[in-house]
Design a protein around this ligand. Structure first.
Ligand SMILES: Nc1ncnc2c1ncn2[C@@H]1O[C@H](COP(=O)(O)OP(=O)(O)OP(=O)(O)O)[C@@H](O)[C@H]1O
Ligand SMILES: [Mg+2]
Length: 328
């Protein structure tokens, strides 16, 4: 992966290990571990309720994990000497509606000991140079997302942690965000950790993905690895007049196969060659053998299917996003 070539900030690695967090009876995050490397965009993927926001809040020291650690080059967020100049975050978006975007940023600058002139620099970077002078209360969702990103960039941090920053962006905004995040990572060498519940959104943005389901790590690796995995071993569909025997034969070979009423056998984590070889060795007659077309999206769906979780009694309404910096 290309890393910072221009004089950018120092590279910082995020390391998450054994993170667990329980809210009442809901185990939001379970023994979660992954790493995020500088110079690349890491997509933090999982369905609604998978524990992404909870994890990011622990990474940023906003909530205390039951167990486990999250560090920036070995240092937990709470122990960083210059947190605002090390980590920029977009978690929720809440702006004073009567204040302009520019004033919002200037307030942050003063609080963080950053020259107020920096406010105009970051507004320029996120394409809000003009709109920045208007009341934030009148901003569109996309403009609020840009303002949140501008806030995160104030301290010129080597690390950016962004929770669903593409939420509510129009196609043009998503395209812009994609290019911007890749530029921050590839050209400036920053460490970019960005969450999303949509694989399609991350597929062209992230270099690596960390996929979680029900608070647990289900996969981490490069998009390329994920893609080859999706093509290599996927779901194989096979038809046989001896479906039950085929299922038994495949089970002996450690392959999870299930048969449906019409005699079609579905084999997970296999290739047609593997299934064909096992059937041939056991002299099971086959009438059909094919790989189900498994795109990345299918793989993601399979990995996380049925793992959305919502706390009992809490209506699963749309998440409310409001803007704040990690510095507070
Ligand atoms: N403060 C809290 N109190 C109780 N339960 C919580 C709290 N925060 C999160 N949870 C629960 O923890 C689980 C994980 O929630 P979290 O917000 O981390 O998921 P997520 O992956 O960010 O989901 P989404 O894609 O919807 O943003 C959910 O079941 C949620 O209801
Ligand atoms: Mg979330």
């Amino acid at each position: 992966m290309p890393s910072g070539t221009t004089a950018g900030p120092r590279p910082v690695r995020i390391e998450v290990s054994g993170l667990t967090k329980t809210f009442g009876t809901v185990r939001a995050v379970s023994d979660l571990g992954f790493t995020v490397e500088p110079g690349s965009v890491t997509g933090f993927l999982g369905p609604n309720g998978a524990g992404k926001t909870t994890t990011l809040r622990m990474v940023l020291g906003l909530i205390t994990p039951d167990t486990g650690t999250a560090t920036f080059d070995g240092v937990p967020y709470g122990a960083l000497r210059e947190p605002v100049r090390t980590v920029g975050a977009v978690l929720e978006t809440a702006f004073h509606p009567a204040r302009s975007g520019r004033d919002h940023l200037r307030v942050y600058c003063r609080a963080a000991g950053i020259p107020v002139a920096r406010a105009d620099e970051v507004l320029e970077r996120v394409g809000l140079a003009t709109a920045g002078r208007r009341r934030a209360g009148g901003y569109s969702l996309g403009m609020r997302q840009r303002l949140a990103l501008a806030t995160a960039l104030l301290g010129d941090p080597p690390v950016l942690v962004l929770d669903e920053p593409a939420n509510g962006l129009d196609p043009e905004g998503i395209l812009w965000l994609r290019g911007f995040l890749r530029h921050l990572a590839h050209d400036e060498g920053r460490t970019v950790l960005v969450s999303s519940h949509l694989l399609a959104e991350m597929e062209q943005t992230a270099d690596r993905v960390v996929i979680v389901g029900a608070g647990r790590l289900v996969r981490q690796g490069s998009i390329a690895e994920l893609r080859s995995g999706a093509q290599g071993a996927g779901t194989v569909l096979v038809r046989s007049p001896e479906a039950d025997r085929l299922v038994a034969v495949l089970a002996t070979a450690g392959l999870a196969a299930t048969r449906s009423e019409d005699g079609l056998v579905t084999v997970e984590g296999a290739t047609p060659a593997l299934v064909g070889a096992r059937a041939f060795a056991a002299q099971v007659e086959l009438h059909e053998l094919r790989a189900e077309s498994t795109g990345l999206e299918d793989l993601y769906f399979r990995l996380t299917a049925g793992q959305e979780q919502f706390a009992a009694g809490s209506p699963a309404g749309p998440a409310q996003y409001t803007t704040q910096g990690a510095a507070r």
